[in-house]
Design a protein around this ligand. Structure first.
Ligand SMILES: *Cc1c(COP(=O)(O)O)cnc(C)c1O
Length: 375
């Protein structure tokens, strides 16, 4: 059996090596390392794939979120609502821009933003909601978009873990993660579902004006060369990464299918177990399984993780500490116990190996050992 890894990028590379190498070689031979034709080609292919009118490639997913909030022209003191159970990036860029992060609880089943908590968090200072499509399935976007409309708020989707997930609205319309709000952001970090071989990210929008503003912000606030109309940043996808991504994009649906197949294997093995809860599904979204995350109840999660590790099975805790309990973000507005679901999840979640190259032998070994250890 091949060694089990959380993410197996080597085996995936061996499978698509020719396409990747040809793309990289093309960039090196042309020496168009920055803003070359590969970047434009990938942008156009990603627009076609997602259905977003505009794709703006940037340096990474965190930059994408920052540029999105800068593009909305939010002012210090404006409040931005985001879930407390997620990766730090969202709250980080909100805080860096002098905006006020307002965190809300998540749902126990889907682990995504809880709508009742969002409703309670809206104040006259609220300007934007940043839902995170955690682990690969969309948050309840219908309810979020309705709330945003009622209160005149912007919605910036953090789709860093959910590229390719599809959400179906009650009118039958289906849209991709990142293309439902005013702006969507994604990351091409190597381990993400569409990952490059370094850092990368993208912003999606259907709004022409927002698109041109964010494009300028990502390029030093420059519209006409060396004329800076606004304060910007320097954030771009380099051509070698664009070549990797352009080679991988045609495989994205097959990558997603491989992840879903592995998730179905896990689900079948663990369904009905009274110490492990399989991931709950958001009814209106597909799940692209950036992570396969169990909730370990009535058993010692940390001990299970160590014992799995001793048997050659890596497992990770995404995320051990909710934002409101992070040292850098401690805030007198919040205290322990304020977000009970997020706090409970932080104590019980366990993500199993999830990638495109898991084979039956590995899946059988993982599930057999998890069940054996849980007793
Ligand atoms: C990965 C990730 C980010 C940040 O992306 P980077 O490319 O690493 O900056 C932001 N939000 C979520 C939910 C992520 O998973």
């Amino acid at each position: 059996m091949r060694a089990i890894q959380m993410v197996d990028l080597q085996t995936q590379y061996q499978r698509i090596k020719q396409e990747i190498d040809a793309g990289i070689e093309e960039v090196i031979s042309s020496a168009a390392f920055v803003k070359g034709p590969k970047v434009t080609a990938f942008q156009e292919h990603l627009e076609a794939y997602t259905g977003a009118k505009h794709v703006i490639n940037v340096g990474n997913g965190t930059d994408a979120l920052q540029i999105a909030l800068m593009g909305l022209g939010l002012k210090p003191g404006d409040e931005v609502i985001t879930p407390t159970f997620t990766f730090i990036a969202t709250a980080e860029v909100v805080a860096l821009l002098g905006l006020t992060p307002v965190v809300v609880d998540v749902e126990w089943e889907t682990m995504n933003m809880d709508i009742e908590s969002v409703k309670r968090a809206i104040t006259p200072r609220t300007k934007a909601i940043v839902p995170v499509h955690l682990f690969g399935q969309c948050a309840n976007m219908e309810a979020i978009m309705t709330l945003a409309k009622e209160h005149g708020l912007y919605v910036v989707e953090d789709a860093c873990q959910a590229i390719g997930a599809r959400y179906t609205f009650s009118n039958g319309e289906t849209k991709q993660a990142g293309t439902m709000g005013h702006i969507g952001c994604t990351s091409f970090f190597p381990s993400k579902n569409l990952g490059c071989y370094g850092d990368g990210g993208a912003i999606f929008t259907n709004d022409d004006e927002l698109a041109s503003r964010m494009k300028a912000i990502a390029n030093h606030g420059m519209v006409v060369r060396y004329h800076h109309d606004m304060i910007g940043v320097n954030s771009r996808l380099d051509s070698i990464q664009a070549a990797v991504l352009d080679a991988k994009l045609p495989h994205l649906n097959e990558f997603i299918a491989a992840r879903q197949k592995a998730a179905a294997y896990y689900d079948d093995a663990f369904r009905g177990n009274n110490k492990l809860l399989i991931p709950g599904h958001e009814a209106h979204s597909t799940h692209v399984f950036h992570q396969y995350t169990l909730r370990v109840i009535g058993a010692d999660r940390d001990a299970l993780r160590e014992e799995l590790s001793a048997r050659g099975i890596p497992a990770m805790i995404y995320y051990p500490v909710p934002l409101h309990q992070q040292k850098a973000y401690l805030d007198p507005r919040y205290k322990d116990g304020d977000f009970p679901v997020a706090e409970r999840l932080a104590g019980c979640v366990l993500s199993l190996p999830m990638h495109t190259e898991l084979d039956e032998e590995q899946l059988a070994y993982i599930t057999r050992n998890v069940l054996d250890l849980i007793g």
